[in-house]
Design a binder for this molecule. Structure first.
Ligand SMILES: Nc1nc2c(ncn2[C@@H]2O[C@H](COP(=O)(O)OP(=O)(O)OP(=O)(O)O)[C@@H](O)[C@H]2O)c(=O)[nH]1
Ligand SMILES: [Mg+2]
Length: 471
C-alpha cells in the first residue's frame, strides 16, 4: 500500500475517532427540598475538577484504572438557564467556620468536559484521548408532583384538594383561605385583587403545611417554589368547594371562568413546559432522598415523604401515564436512588439505610423498572461531616460519630454521639412510640482548595450513572 493511501486511511480513522470519542450526557439531579441536591452537585463537580489527582474515587472504574485525565468547566449550553452556583457553594464550605451551600429554588445547570483514555486497544493505538461533555442539571422534585394535574380539570382538582383536607391538621391550617374563598360569589365578575389575596392565603397555607407539618406533597408545586414565576398571575388561583367548581357559568368574566382559565394555563405553560423544555432532554437521573429528617420528625412526615417520592417516580413511568410518552418521549435509561446524609449514621447502619430506601421507593421502582430503566440504590454522603470512632455505652464499646454540631458553631467543639439505629424496613408503630433515632445536623468539614471534598460513596454513584460511557 502506498504512503498517500495509508495516510488517507489514517485520516479517516482519526475523523471517525473524533466523532465517536466526543460524547454528550445530560445528568439530572432531583429530590425534595433539603434532600441534598446542591451539596451533591457541588461535591460531584469538585470530585471531577480535582481530576486525576483525586485519589478518593476507588469505586469509579475509570479513576481506578488511571484512565481519567481530568475535567474542566466549560460554558453551559442553555444561556437562558441559571448557572449552578458551584463557586458559591465552595466559598461557603471554605469560609470560617464552614457553612453549607444556600438553599436553591429552581432549575440550574453546569457543564463539564471530562477527558479520559478509552479502554479499547484500537483507540489507544491511535493515541486518542476521548471526551464526555457532561451537563448536570439541578431541579426541584416538587415540580414533578404536578404531573397528575395534567389528567385533571379544575373541578377534579378541587375535589382532590377537598379529600386531602380530611387530615384534621391540614383542615385547621386551611381555615383562613377557605373562609376567604367562601366569601366569593364565583358567578360574579372576577375581582383581580380579591383573587390575588386568596391565592396568597392559599400559598401561605401550603408553606405552613411544609413548615409546621413537615409535608412535602404540595400541589401545585410551583406555589411554594415559584422560581421566575413569583408574583405572576398564573400562580393566582386556588381550589374552591368541589360542588361550586363543577357548576356551569355563562359569564365569561366570572371568577369561576378565571379560576378555570388559570388552572388550565398553569397546566399548559408551567407543568407541560417543564417536561418539554427540560425533562425530555435528560439521559440519566439521580433521585436524592433524605430518609433521616422524616425519621426524626415522626410518622406523618415520613409517610408524606414516601408518598411524595413515589409521586415523583410517576414521571419515570412513561407507559402508565400515557400522557408522558405521547407528549414528551423521555429518554432516561438509568436512574439511581440515593439515600443522602449517610455520614449521620455509623457505617454498619449504611446497609439499613439502603434497604429502608428500597422499601420507601418500592412501588415507584417497580414501574420504573418495567419501563426498562436500569435502577440501583445507594447510601451516600455528598460531603462527609463526621468521623467514625468508638464510644463507651454501659461499659461496652460501640461505634459512634464525631463532628461539630450545627448548634455548636459558636464554640467549634466536636461532639461524639451515637445517633441510634436506622430501621432496615419501613418503621412500625413501636418505632414511632420509642423514637429510637436522634438526628442532629452537623457543620460541614472545613474545605480547602487543594483536596477534594470528603464523601461517602459518591464514586459509586459516578460509576452507576456514567461508568458505561467511558469504554
Ligand atoms: N451531614 C451532611 N449533611 C448534608 C449533606 N448533604 C446535605 N446536607 C444537609 O442538608 C441540607 C440541605 O442540603 P442541600 O444540598 O441544600 O439540599 P437541596 O436539595 O439542594 O435543598 P433546596 O435547595 O432547598 O431544594 C444542607 O444544608 C446540610 O445541612 C451531607 O452529605 N452530609
Ligand atoms: Mg438546592
Amino acid at each position: 500500500m502506498n504512503h498517500s493511501r495509508l495516510s488517507s486511511i489514517k485520516r479517516k480513522a482519526d475523523d471517525l475517532a473524533k466523532l465517536s470519542m466526543n460524547q454528550h450526557l445530560r445528568l439530572a439531579v432531583t429530590g425534595l427540598s433539603g434532600a441534598g441536591k446542591t451539596a451533591f452537585i457541588t461535591s460531584l463537580v469538585n470530585q471531577l475538577l480535582m481530576g486525576a489527582e483525586n485519589h478518593q474515587l476507588p469505586l469509579w472504574q475509570l479513576a481506578r484504572e488511571h484512565r481519567f485525565l481530568g475535567a474542566k468547566r466549560i460554558p453551559q449550553p442553555h444561556l437562558h438557564l441559571a448557572s449552578f452556583d458551584y463557586q458559591g457553594g465552595i466559598d461557603a464550605l471554605q469560609s470560617q467556620p464552614p457553612c453549607w451551600p444556600s438553599p436553591t429554588h429552581g432549575v440550574s445547570e453546569i457543564r463539564l468536559k471530562l477527558r479520559y483514555t478509552p479502554q479499547s486497544l484500537f483507540w489507544r493505538k491511535l493515541n486518542h484521548s476521548a471526551t464526555l461533555n457532561l451537563d448536570i442539571v439541578d431541579y426541584p422534585g416538587e415540580w414533578l408532583l404536578d404531573l397528575p394535574l395534567l389528567n385533571m380539570n379544575y373541578a377534579q382538582w378541587c375535589e382532590h384538594i377537598a379529600l386531602s383536607l380530611k387530615d384534621s391538621r391540614k383542615a385547621q391550617l386551611a381555615e383562613h383561605w377557605q373562609s376567604l374563598a367562601q366569601q366569593l360569589d364565583i358567578q360574579q365578575s372576577a375581582n383581580e385583587l380579591q383573587i390575588a389575596d386568596i391565592a396568597k392565603a392559599y400559598t401561605e397555607y401550603l408553606h405552613q403545611c411544609k413548615r409546621e407539618l413537615g409535608m412535602h406533597h404540595i400541589q401545585p408545586g410551583r406555589f411554594v417554589l415559584p422560581g421566575e414565576l413569583a408574583g405572576a398571575p398564573v400562580l393566582a388561583f386556588f381550589p374552591i368547594s368541589p360542588a361550586l367548581a363543577a357548576a356551569k357559568t355563562n359569564n365569561k368574566d366570572s371568577t369561576l371562568t378565571l379560576l378555570n382559565q388559570r388552572f388550565e394555563y398553569y397546566k399548559e405553560h408551567v407543568v407541560k413546559q417543564f417536561y418539554q423544555q427540560h425533562f425530555v432532554k435528560f439521559d440519566r437521573q439521580i433521585v436524592l432522598v433524605d430518609c433521616l429528617t422524616p425519621l426524626n420528625s415522626g410518622h406523618d412526615s415520613f409517610s408524606d415523604m414516601q408518598l411524595a417520592v413515589n409521586q415523583i417516580l410517576h414521571s419515570f413511568n412513561y407507559g402508565q401515564s400515557g400522557i408522558l410518552r405521547r407528549l414528551f418521549s423521555p429518554n432516561i435509561d438509568k436512574l439511581l436512588f440515593a439515600a443522602t446524609k449517610a455520614d449521620h449514621v455509623t457505617p454498619e447502619q449504611h446497609s439499613h439505610l439502603v434497604s429502608l430506601l428500597s422499601e420507601v421507593v418500592a412501588e415507584g421502582k417497580r414501574h420504573v423498572k418495567f419501563e426498562g430503566i436500569n435502577t440501583s440504590t445507594v447510601a451516600l454522603a455528598s460531603i462527609k461531616a463526621t468521623q467514625t470512632g468508638k464510644a463507651q455505652l454501659n461499659g461496652e464499646s460501640i461505634n459512634a460519630l464525631k463532628g461539630i454540631l450545627q448548634s455548636d458553631a459558636n464554640n467549634q467543639q466536636p461532639t461524639t454521639l451515637f445517633p441510634g439505629e436506622v430501621p432496615s424496613s419501613l418503621p412500625k408503630q413501636n418505632f414511632w412510640q420509642q423514637q429510637g433515632f436522634e438526628f442532629s445536623p452537623f457543620q460541614p468539614p472545613q474545605a480547602n482548595p487543594y483536596s477534594a471534598l470528603p464523601h461517602i460513596r459518591i464514586d459509586q454513584a459516578i460509576e452507576f450513572l456514567l461508568g458505561d460511557k467511558f469504554k
